[in-house]
Design a protein around this ligand. Structure first.
Ligand code: M6R
Length: 366
């Protein structure tokens, strides 16, 4: 049942070229400019005329929501707010009929997310669900939705569900952007073509596994770890840190790289590993400065870079090269080495990666 892999988590990490493809199958064909999602079509006018989109989710699904905030604001120019479902439900939020609430949940059973949906419904908002489990409570509670087609996710640490969520949210941002006229046809087509190449680029990123095992060996005994990223890679830094803490029990924190100097930089010394996502995108030059700041304090830098980069490799202690892509799609690639790094560190520490202590696959109590 684990398909020859030692753990479900590893199997699910390696399934991602397929699960990403399955999540776009039938919804997008670049060659014929086909881009369609039945759940959106029904509510197309609502989306096009929405005042605001509010995303509610928990944990890794909340991180996928953060990626969507960058995507939807950039491509569709609709203001987006991303909320922890647990906070949103108790905050007496301001909502009305022109707002769309997108609820993201792998299991479709998360109690806080379900309660946030019920609250938003009572205020007249339209609720759109993105779930992985067909027929789940959240899928049933929403007005419309789109399933991720990641297949069953057994490992408690979410991996393939995250990339499937980001894939579906990317398609949604592209659809709304094109309907609203904020995403021009040539740019849309370029993105579609690029998105189609992502499964094979994820496949390439998975080939970094042996290199990542060697890095994991060197860092498996650390007590702390910092993750930094900017722009589209900021949510990926948060996700990398969550993956490490939940399965290896190493204390890890993710930050927007520039926020480091407002406090966390005090933690950096020669013992502190800092994982920096420093791919070639619009914030690259800024991230180069952030890496210099870490090195000036003797932190150990593990950098995720775009293939062919020479600047960061000259400064970093370890370099993991991933394929080039549009910055809009980069989270789908940059998260892969972080999943593998957490997995191998946890296994080397003797942790139960599929069922970490104190955690359940879905949190059905508040
Ligand atoms: O099933 P959901 O997506 O609603 O679950 C949300 C979180 O409980 C979940 O993502 C959790 O944070 C995972 N253990 C992360 O790996």
């Amino acid at each position: 049942e684990k398909g020859g892999y030692e753990h479900f988590m590893l199997k699910e990490i390696f399934e991602q070229p397929r699960s990403i493809l399955d999540s776009m199958r039938g919804r997008m064909i670049a060659e014929s400019n086909h881009l369609m999602m039945s759940g959106i079509r029904e509510f197309e006018n609502k989306f096009v005329n929405a005042n605001r989109i509010i995303i509610v989710a928990c944990g890794t699904s909340w991180h996928a929501g953060l990626v969507a905030e960058y995507l939807i604001e950039d491509l569709a120019r609709i203001p987006v707010e991303v909320e922890y479902a647990s906070e949103f439900r108790y905050r007496n939020p301001i909502l009305n009929e022109k707002d769309i609430v997108i609820a993201i949940s792998q299991s479709g059973e998360t109690a806080d997310t379900l309660a946030a949906i019920e609250l938003a419904k009572s205020k007249g908002a339209t609720i759109f669900g993105i779930c992985n489990v067909v027929g789940s409570s959240i899928a049933r509670a929403t007005d419309a939705g789109a399933y991720t087609h990641a297949g069953p996710e057994i490992g408690v640490a979410s991996t393939k569900a995250f990339t499937a969520q980001v894939t579906v949210l990317t398609l949604i941002a592209m659809i709304i952007g094109s309907k609203r006229g904020t995403l021009e046809t040539t740019k849309l087509h370029e993105l579609m073509v690029e998105l189609e190449t992502i499964p094979s680029k994820v496949e390439e990123a998975l080939q970094l596994n042996d290199q990542i095992i060697k890095i994991a060996e060197q860092y498996k005994d650390v007590a702390n770890c910092i993750y930094l990223g900017r722009g589209y890679n900021f949510p990926v830094a948060l996700e990398g840190a969550l993956k490490l803490k939940e399965i290896s029990y190493i204390h890890a924190e993710g930050y927007p790289a520039a926020e480091m100097k407002h406090g966390p930089i005090a933690l950096i010394d020669e013992q502190m590993p800092v994982v920096v996502i420093a791919t070639k995108d619009s914030s690259y030059e800024k991230v180069v400065s952030n890496v210099q700041e870490v090195k000036a304090r003797k932190g150990k830098v593990i950098a995720i870079v775009t293939e062919g980069d020479t600047t960061i490799p000259a400064m970093a202690d370890h370099v993991i090269e991933i394929p080039e892509t549009s910055e809009h799609l980069m989270p789908l690639l940059s998260v892969i080495p972080l999943q593998l790094l957490s997995y191998h560190i946890a296994v080397m520490r003797g942790c139960n990666v599929d069922q970490p202590r104190n955690l359940a696959k879905s949190v059905t109590v508040e």
